[in-house]
Design a protein. Structure first.
Length: 107
């Protein structure tokens, strides 16, 4: 269960498969190299993207300003830029974040 992280001059690109309008906010274990994130916010006007960024920041122990949407604004598959962390550092945080029993992390 690894995530296909990509190096970026400012940090690392984190691929996400978003599910907006879900029953609860949660981060689920990766599937096909992509971290799965569900949020209750509807996908309108970029609101769900903001909630995803806040959820990721909180879960990874980062400031909100360190995570921003890089691509896929209206798509289910998105890439978020995580500033200031290498692929290796982010990979370790994600491994610690997602549980091995597959239940995910709820917020």
């Amino acid at each position: 269960m690894t995530v296909n992280l990509e190096p970026h001059p400012e940090g690392t690109l984190l691929p996400i498969r978003a599910h907006a309008g879900a029953r609860r906010n949660e981060i689920l274990p990766p599937q096909d190299g992509v971290l799965r994130v569900s949020v209750t916010q509807a996908p309108e006007g970029g609101k769900a993207n903001k909630v995803i960024a806040v959820l990721l920041a909180k879960a990874l122990g980062l400031r909100k300003s360190e995570i921003m949407l890089h691509s896929g604004e209206t798509a289910r598959r998105k890439k978020f830029l995580v500033r200031g962390l290498s692929c290796e550092e982010l990979g370790v945080k994600i491994s610690e974040l997602v549980s091995t029993d597959g239940t995910g992390l709820h917020h």
